[in-house]
Design a protein around this ligand. Structure first.
Ligand code: NAP
Ligand code: GLV
Length: 310
């Protein structure tokens, strides 16, 4: 009967309680301020856990990220040497694909203008720019990036993707990889979608140096992590016309502070880290499955490669 701690410094983890009771009834749950004896905890399910806490659990055997990303774990220098798992969920990929398609279509078809016109009862159709003439690049061709690429191709966009290592890409997707092919990839991105994990290599990657390699007037969509973006570089790139617009779902500081300039800039669309999410049931099921894999000694293939960082 494993003892599982549900840990977060920012979210109320009680929303997972019912799903764990249904999907993993034999688990003993600990959460909130009263975690009991830390030596009794076998596994931790985490979203931005308090730094240093996991290191104080001497018998911890498994860390389950309650998210696709694990940067909220690897940012803790005291992270114990325990297998880490992340959520891989097709429903989450569909959620991301719908957000990214919305962001691309919204700007490419100037929907914000039509919504403003409708408010003013103005009838002002524009010539349609065919999607085949608009290049969308997905930086990060993983579980989420591939689903976005496929959905955008189904809408007729010209799609390309960039990964760290060579990947077999679905028909119609132009694939690039590694630093050597980065600039070639960027040169065809009228919209650039960031779906990279946050690692030392990708932190601050959305910088002026990168914006200068995009076609002039490109649209940036950041659904990765806030720290991928150098915020001051975005504002100056918009001012200089290097970029035309940005759609941002993630931020260095969340919630985005009320006085932050991004809120007030009509060129920037802000959403509150909602591009996609998994469900409590999936988190409970994957925690159970991963503990089972660990018990059977075959967890290695499913665990995150912490040397790679994602
Ligand atoms: P994933 O399956 O691990 O895919 C990551 C992709 O990024 C892979 O294609 C990988 O290349 C590529 N990559 C990693 N480092 C790179 C580098 N230095 N240069 C070029 N490519 C690099 O991750 P995922 O499940 O798709 O999730 C991606 C990220 O989305 C998460 O880490 C999280 O931060 C973010 N996310 C955001 C939301 C939201 O609501 N906004 C929700 C979920 C997730 P290889 O294929 O060569 O390994
Ligand atoms: C959310 O941002 C996630 O990483 O799942």
């Amino acid at each position: 009967m494993p003892t599982i701690a549900l840990l977060s410094s920012v979210a109320d983890m009680r929303h997972l309680h019912q799903a764990f009771q249904e999907e993993f009834p034999e688990a003993r749950l600990r959460m909130g301020d009263d975690l009991g004896a830390l030596c009794e905890i076998d596994a931790a399910v985490c979203w931005r856990p308090p730094p240093g806490l996991l290191a104080r659990m001497p018998n911890l055997a498994l860390i389950q990220s309650a998210a696709a990303g694990i940067d909220h774990l690897t940012s803790d220098p005291t992270l114990p040497d325990v297998p880490v798992f992340r959520i891989i969920d097709p429903a989450m990929a569909f959620g991301m694909a719908s957000y990214v398609c919305w962001a691309v279509v919204h700007r490419q078809r100037a929907m914000a203008d039509y919504l403003a016109h409708a408010q003013a009862h103005v009838w002002k159709p524009r010539r349609l720019e065919p999607p085949q003439q608009h290049g969308v690049g997905i930086a990060g061709l993983g579980t989420l990036g591939l689903a976005c690429a496929q959905a955008l191709m189904a809408l007729g966009y010209r799609v390309r993707g960039w990964s760290r290592t060579p990947r077999s890409a679905p028909a119609g997707l132009q694939a690039f990889h590694g630093d050597a092919q980065r600039d070639q990839f960027l040169s065809g991105c009228d919209t650039l979608v960031c779906l990279l994990p946050l690692t030392p290599e990708t932190m601050g990657i959305l910088s002026r140096d990168l914006f200068e390699r995009l076609p002039r007037g490109a649209h940036l969509v950041n659904v990765g992590r806030g720290a991928h973006l150098v915020e001051a570089d975005l504002l100056s790139a918009l001012d200089d016309g290097l970029l035309r617009a940005a759609t941002l779902d993630t931020f260095v500081e969340e919630p985005l502070p009320p006085a932050h300039p991004f809120w007030h800039d009509p060129r920037i669309t802000v959403t509150p880290h909602i591009a996609t999410a998994t469900s409590p049931v999936v988190i409970a099921r994957q925690t159970r499955l991963n503990l089972e894999r660990l018990r059977q000694g075959n967890a290695q293939a499913a665990a995150v490669d912490l040397k790679r960082g994602y």
